[in-house]
Design a protein around this ligand. Structure first.
Ligand code: CAO
Length: 305
């Protein structure tokens, strides 16, 4: 006799259990002669949901439940709700972190010449109120690299079996605002020069901080740049803005002794941290991408080509 037929339950209760994905044979009946009632099925589901998940295999992500701690027992506390942006971006970041196999490739670009040129441009355009930061150069250089390595300008389709290669170059830029992180998208970066990009960057990040971005301004990105260079740090591991397949983290440039032509020379080095989706991009491609990007930044004349 099968387990299923052993359980005493009416057809309606069996159907109810089936709808909830409950194996009725596992439910202990509290009714007459051990009959399974609706309450028994509901209690079974409640108990299953309340159970801490162990590493029991299966396809789902099964982790221990987070302990509930009364922090007040250890000292004074204050409770502050997360902002709307934090809740929204937190859910996306969590999904991306657990569902995309991330690897981060680190490199450094020699931006000594680029900085000299940037400072010169900055002086020239200050009168027009345009501030040219390294990010404007990075946007252009990233597009050069995306054109050279099209797999980075792509997304997996819903089946996960095809790569959709994009022929447009819209780049998201992570902007830190008092309410949390937002990622406006600069469109058609391949068609814009450094000065125009600097202007757009200033306007867009200002609008982001004033909470004036529209939903459309945050859509359509192919690749994201997260620059913490204005703040500090030497490297970090950014989370991919899926379904994009890579993100570039930029840290603060610093003067370093670099061995060149038989001597140590002081050079301004910019740290790059490229996180990529290892289902789509392999390590060798990521290393080639960052090497190419660093070469492009080292010789910004290439951007004019
Ligand atoms: N190395 C050294 N200096 C740098 C630099 C770098 N990599 N990048 C920027 N700077 C300098 C700029 O030149 C500027 O210098 P001056 O004030 O002397 O001219 C200063 O740092 C401040 O730059 P900025 O931050 O105003 O401008 P930006 O174009 O570099 O960045 C923006 C704009 C909007 C991206 C930035 O303000 C921001 O919000 N960054 C945070 C992004 C973030 O939070 N990422 C994390 C995501 S993961 O959680």
């Amino acid at each position: 006799m099968s387990q299923r037929s052993k359980a005493h339950a009416s057809p309606a209760i069996r159907r109810f259990a089936r709808e909830l994905g409950v194996d009725i044979a596992q439910v202990k009946g509290s009714g007459e002669k051990g009959r399974v009632t609706k309450d028994d099925v509901q209690n079974f589901v409640k108990a299953a949901l309340a159970q801490p998940r162990g590493a029991t295999g299966g396809s789902g992500l099964q982790v221990l439940a987070m302990p509930v701690v009364d922090f007040a027992q250890f000292g004074a506390i204050e409770t502050r709700p997360l902002s709307r942006i934090q809740k929204l971006s937190g859910a996306n970041l969590h999904r991306n972190w657990v569902s995309v196999p991330h690897v981060t490739q680190f490199d450094e670009a020699d931006i000594t010449e680029m900085e000299a040129f940037r400072k010169q441009l900055n002086e020239e355009y200050a009168k027009q109120g345009i501030k040219i930061t390294p990010l404007a150069f990075l946007l252009r250089a990233v597009v050069e690299a995306l054109q050279q390595f099209p797999d980075f300008n792509a997304s997996l389709d819903a089946s996960g079996e095809n790569l959709i290669l994009k022929k447009y170059f819209h780049i998201g830029v992570a902007v830190d605002t008092p309410d949390g992180l937002v990622v406006p998208v600069l469109h058609d970066v391949n068609q814009k020069g450094i000065v125009q990009l600097a202007r757009e960057l200033g306007e867009t990040s200002g609008r982001a901080r004033d909470k004036k971005l529209t939903a459309a301004e945050m859509q359509g990105g192919c690749f994201t740049i997260s620059s913490l260079g204005g703040i500090g740090g030497t490297a970090f591991t950014p989370i991919i803005n899926a379904p994009e397949v890579a993100i570039l983290g930029v840290s603060r440039s610093s003067m370093k002794q670099v061995y060149q032509d038989g001597a140590f020379v002081p050079r301004l080095m910019l740290p790059l941290s490229l996180s990529y989706d290892h289902r789509v991009i392999d390590g060798a491609s990521a290393a080639r991408f960052t090497v190419y990007l660093a070469q492009t930044l080292a010789d910004v004349r290439r951007l004019a080509l």
